[in-house]
Design a protein around this ligand. Structure first.
Ligand SMILES: C[S@@+](CC[C@H](N)C(=O)[O-])C[C@H]1O[C@@H](n2cnc3c(N)ncnc32)[C@H](O)[C@@H]1O
Length: 260
């Protein structure tokens, strides 16, 4: 049976995403600096996908901001930023982060399946969501809600997990799990065709790209050491890159509202 939204909320409250990316005192500038450094080291494609600097002066809405690692960057580069997050524990840290860096952002706690219940009726130039919509019981409801918040020419950029991916094959034989934290209640995966279907009622998909295979051994990684798995260590970089482009875990989707 499908997990409920309360189970999803409890899970992310019990261990907000990336909270262990630093061992410094939680909520300090040093802590947030390390969280950002680690996130962008492990997921460097976030920067090239989100293009933080291109949204200067534009209105950006993030669905599932977590600790606001992306959010703080949109704000630093001059976007008028709004973040929405289901987990109050994560949102408190996101608020703290904006305070610590003296940045402005509007942050709302709530379930993105019911955005209009708590988010004022406004239009955004970009709606951005990184690794979130596959964790909610009804992704199609989030997609529908998002369509009401975009300007006519606005862009919807989202990352969703890929089913035909190296990681998912490893999960299927019990050698991996979707999240760092054990027991994630929902982590749907999608083929490219399923993404087209999910979005097709409201959006035209502009592009879907692939990236991300995590190459490091887990135990050293938890201690902050980056030691590759032996099979990735011997693999030439261009071979690994092509594997990421074909079998990466992250589907990088760009979409626009359907034309009239
Ligand atoms: C894997 S984390 C990603 C967080 C953030 N986007 C990042 O990249 O650091 C998934 C996040 O989605 C949030 N989430 C899941 N379902 C949600 C929903 N229905 N509405 C809002 N946020 C949701 C979780 O609370 C969690 O913080």
């Amino acid at each position: 049976m499908k997990a409920t939204i309360s189970e999803v909320e409890n899970f992310w409250n019990s261990r907000p995403c990336n909270i262990r990316h630093s061992k410094k005192d939680i909520g300090t500038k040093e802590y947030f600096d390390e969280v950002e450094k680690k996130k962008f080291f492990v997921e460097p494609h976030i920067k090239s996908f989100s293009k933080f600097n291109e949204w200067n002066g534009k209105k950006v809405l993030e669905i599932g901001c977590g600790l606001a690692t992306a959010g703080i960057n949109f704000a630093k580069y001059g976007a008028d930023y709004t973040g929405v997050e289901l987990s109050s524990e994560s949102l408190e840290l996101a608020k703290k982060r904006f305070e610590v860096y003296n940045q402005k952002g509007d942050l709302y706690q709530g379930n993105a399946e019911n955005l209009s219940d708590f988010l004022p009726d406004e239009k955004y130039h970009l709606v951005y969501s990184w690794g979130v919509i596959h964790h909610t019981p009804h992704p199609e409801r989030v997609i529908e809600q998002v369509s009401n918040y975009l300007t006519k020419d606005g862009v919807f950029k989202l990352m969703m997990y890929a089913s035909n991916s190296w990681k998912n094959y490893m999960i299927s034989i019990g050698l991996d799990q979707p999240e760092a934290q054990y027991g994630c209640p929902i982590a749907y995966t999608y083929t490219e065709e399923e993404i087209y279907d999910l979005l097709s009622e409201h959006f035209d998909v502009i592009s879907i790209e692939r990236d991300h295979i995590f190459p490091y051994q887990i135990e050293p990684y938890k201690r902050g050491e980056y030691i590759k798995q032996p099979w990735f260590d011997v693999m030439p970089d261009d071979m690994f890159k092509v594997l990421e482009k074909k079998l990466g875990w992250h589907l990088l989707i760009t979409a626009k509202l359907k034309g009239d």
